[in-house]
Design a protein around this ligand. Structure first.
Ligand code: SF4
Length: 511
């Protein structure tokens, strides 16, 4: 049996030094970073090996979830499904994929935000309907799960998982079984879903791609160019454009907030389904979650992240000898900081790139020696230097403290930390695991107190305004609730109470 996170809790003081950056799991039992919920992918291409294309799409989206992976292909009415715990490359191999023929496929990588980390909760969620099977993949989180669950239980649905995604799949099945077709049935079920959702749903006749009315989670459309005059262009859906690039598909456009697209033999068709869509893209996708080579808001995220680094240098300058990054996710902002400040950029922490998620606890002697599993400081670069270290966020602060100590142990004379996002003060309810509020260091401590706790000479965060100005887009088109508590989608009280623990205490103590 594969252990779960909770089986593996290290005592806090023995946490190995990890960067928890993208594309890899962590040696830490509980990474000191927000964790992305999921990656979704779908391709309609009868003349191609769709399972293999989906494998590579998921491979590029691996940073969005490393707990489980799954693919469903449709061969006529028949569904071939394989899903398991582990990385995409651990769950699938060439011979497995060759047993999954079909004209279309959908796939998923998962990090559990709703439902525990068990294979039964892995996706795609396959559900039978009167029109055949549907295979649903989901990135995001529904906030009205309990209401939907009670409604479905009352209607005698046999719920086998603990995920909100299964509820959405059953809601669609219920609508289909009442006589609606795929599109009508899906749209009617979407009106029962509240929260953040980018769905990619396989059916025997085509693939459905959907974003919630606020487009909190990304979803893009790509085109596989026609190889000859007899073969039409084919379409692909992916959480990010990096999933298109890897299979040679060209980025066409985003699925718009509140839009449903239907991809079939006839091509691509669009059905706006939400009455008042208003984009509220998760700003954390831009800062940290999505891959830097993915295009979001019309440019690669590498460019945006360099820009917030420049903004940070203008807002919070400090005299120092070198600028370094917490690799990999802090690198573009550190380069931007260096450019704006004129302080040279250097690599001060080397990442052990081939360490994936490990389920083996470090030995006692490793713990005592503070062995660095993923990041190793470069003494030659750091010794005698005043160092600015740039990271994308601080959630609990435990990893930051270890990194600072490692830099000092390697001879840094001063350590100044600069964070390319504002303090995370509120939990996310829309598909990102940012802990409960009482575990967020910035929810309970001032910047000065955090600086003291992580033992830096100075600490500064990017301003909320600076983060939004740097997008060069309408600031109202982003969700930034984890920095403000201003949630764009209403959250039912019991759900709120489960994570907003400090607000609850405040409510209890306010006269
Ligand atoms: S609360 Fe934060 S992490 Fe969650 S969707 Fe909004 S910006 Fe993203």
């Amino acid at each position: 049996m594969i252990p779960t996170h909770s089986d593996l809790a290290f005592p806090e003081d023995s946490l190995p030094l990890t960067s928890d950056s993208q594309g890899e799991g962590s040696g830490d039992a509980r990474p000191d970073k927000p964790e992305e919920a999921c990656g979704v992918f779908g391709v309609y291409a009868p003349e191609q090996a769709v399972a293999k294309l989906t494998y590579f799409g998921l491979y590029a989206l691996q940073h969005r979830g490393q707990e489980s992976a799954g693919i469903a292909t449709f061969e006529g009415d028949k569904v071939h499904l394989h899903k398991d715990m582990g990385l995409v490359s651990q769950v699938f191999n060439e011979s497995m994929l060759s047993t999954m023929p079909g004209h279309l496929a959908v796939g998923h990588t998962r990090y559990s935000t709703t439902g525990s980390s068990r294979v039964v909760n892995a996706q795609p969620a396959v559900v039978e309907t009167r029109l055949g099977s549907l295979a649903l993949t989901h990135n995001g989180n529904l906030v009205n799960t309990e209401t939907l669950r009670q409604e479905l239980l009352q209607n005698n649905f046999n719920l086998v998982t603990t995920t909100d995604s299964e509820l959405a799949a059953f809601a669609i099945a219920e609508a289909i079984n009442s006589g609606k077709d795929w599109l009508e049935g899906t749209i009617s079920a979407l009106h029962r879903c509240q929260g953040a959702f980018s769905f990619v749903i396989g059916t025997p006749s085509g693939i459905i791609g959907v974003r919630d009315p606020n487009g909190i989670r990304p979803l893009v459309i790509g085109v596989i160019p026609s190889p000859d005059e007899t073969t039409p262009e084919r379409y692909v859906l992916s959480s990010e454009t990096c999933g298109l690039d890897i299979i040679g598909a060209e980025f066409l456009r985003d699925v718009e907030p509140g839009e449903l697209v239907w991809i079939s033999e006839a091509g691509l068709a669009s059905f706006p389904w939400a009455p008042q869509p208003q984009r509220k893209l998760c700003i954390f996708e831009m800062i940290y979650f999505a891959r830097p080579d993915s295009v979001m808001s019309k440019e690669s995220l590498y460019s945006y992240r360099m820009r917030i680094g420049r903004q940070l240098a203008q807002e919070s300058p400090i005299d120092a000898d070198i600028v370094i990054a917490v690799p990999d996710s802090g690198i573009p902002a550190a380069i931007g900081f260096s450019q704006a400040s004129g302080i040279p950029y250097a690599e001060g922490l080397i990442k052990n790139r081939y360490v994936g998620r490990t389920f083996i606890q470090p030995t006692q002697s490793m713990r005592e020696a503070g062995i660095r599993m993923k990041l190793n400081p470069l003494r030659d670069v750091l010794e005698g230097k005043r160092v600015i270290i740039v990271d994308d966020s601080i959630v609990r602060g435990t990893t930051s403290r270890k990194i600072v100590k490692a830099l000092r142990d390697a001879g840094a004379t001063e350590v100044h930390m600069r964070i390319s996002s504002p303090p995370v003060t509120h939990p996310c309810f829309y598909g990102i695991d940012t802990d409960n509020q009482d575990q967020l260091i910035a929810a309970t401590k001032s910047v000065a107190e955090i600086a003291e706790q992580i033992e830096v000479d100075s600490l500064a965060y990017l301003s909320w305004e600076g983060m939004l100005i740097a997008t060069r887009e309408d600031p109202n088109s982003f969700c930034s609730a984890c920095f403000t508590g201003d949630y764009p989608i209403a959250i039912p009280e019991p759900v709120k109470r489960s994570k907003l623990r400090l607000e609850k205490e405040k409510v209890g103590t306010t006269p």
